[in-house]
Design a binder for this molecule. Structure first.
Ligand code: ARG
Length: 276
């Protein structure tokens, strides 16, 4: 069995102090159902502390009143080699989040911060394989944002089309398990049914060795995982996926994100990776 080697990561997260489901911009959100900001905070802290226990660095951005989805930090920036491409949200309810993150990056010494002109929900729709950026479209991020990301970040971008409204962001249907190195290709997990027929063929061609997830894995946000190359943080309900990952040499680390899922998010949505 392959020995998986973790690498230390740096993440940016936002505590869900003002967490709520006041509006519905994806099929998981139901403003008539009760949500607990307190329970969301407990689950979020557990997630943050899990990363720290695994040896990763977690930075925190100050949450803002009136922005209940700001906890989903992954949607607010794509950082590769210290270059930052900010976000432009599709829903007006989230628009103001982008500026708070832009300011965080400039105040933390990032000089190369570009704000997009096209709708771009950042790591919600972008996944870095170590060689290229896999880019989702269909519900949120504009296809023109893919070309913009390629130009700004200077990395090859590959467009993929999402077709199931429950899997409205790429990071609800696919994640990178281990990045490509000079000697090994990138390894990913995904849920094929979330993609168009053409995109499925592209994924099968590029990643013949991928771990394929079941419908049950996708429904609990199992594809919203965060891997450091060995430890894979997953919602605790993603049991099929966890078993498949063990067989492939990974170490699943299960967390409870049931409260955050009411807004349509999981571990990855809460986690923006800062690559230098
Ligand atoms: N309520 C948020 C929205 O619909 C959830 C975002 C989840 N983030 C993610 N990276 N998938 O925009």
């Amino acid at each position: 069995m392959t020995t998986r080697v973790p690498t230390t990561r740096r993440y940016l997260m936002c505590p869900p102090r003002f967490f709520a489901v006041d509006y519905a911009i994806n099929p998981w959100m139901d403003p008539t159902q009760p949500v607990s900001a307190e329970r969301a905070m407990t689950q979020w802290r557990e997630l943050r502390d899990t990363y720290r226990r695994l040896g990763h660095t977690v930075e925190e951005i100050e949450p803002q009143p009136g922005l209940p989805d700001m906890v989903f930090a992954a949607n607010s920036g794509t950082v590769i080699d210290g270059r930052v491409l900010g976000a432009r949200f599709r829903a007006p309810q989230r628009a103001a989040e982008a500026e708070h993150f832009r300011r965080w990056f400039t105040e933390h010494g990032y000089r190369d911060v570009v704000m997009p002109t096209c709708v771009n929900e950042a790591e919600g729709d972008f996944a870095w394989t170590g060689r290229m950026l896999l880019a989702g479209t269909g519900f949120r991020t504009d296809p023109a944002a893919h070309a913009e990301a390629q130009e700004v970040l200077g990395v090859p971008v590959l467009s993929l089309r999402l077709t199931d409204p429950r899997y409205y962001h790429l990071d609800t249907a696919l994640f990178v398990l281990s990045e490509a190195t000079d000697t090994t290709p990138a390894h990913i997990a995904y849920y094929p049914e979330a993609f168009s027929a053409g995109s499925r063929r592209v994924l099968a061609r590029l990643f013949p060795d991928a771990v394929l997830a079941t419908a049950a894995d996708a429904e609990c946000f199992g594809l919203n995982g965060v891997s450091d190359g060995r430890n894979v943080v997953l919602p605790l309900e993603a049991t099929d996926l966890a078993e498949r990952l063990v067989v492939r040499g990974y170490e699943p680390v299960l967390v409870d994100i049931s409260e955050l899922r009411k807004a349509g998010g999981g571990p990855k949505c809460c986690t923006l990776e800062i690559r230098k």
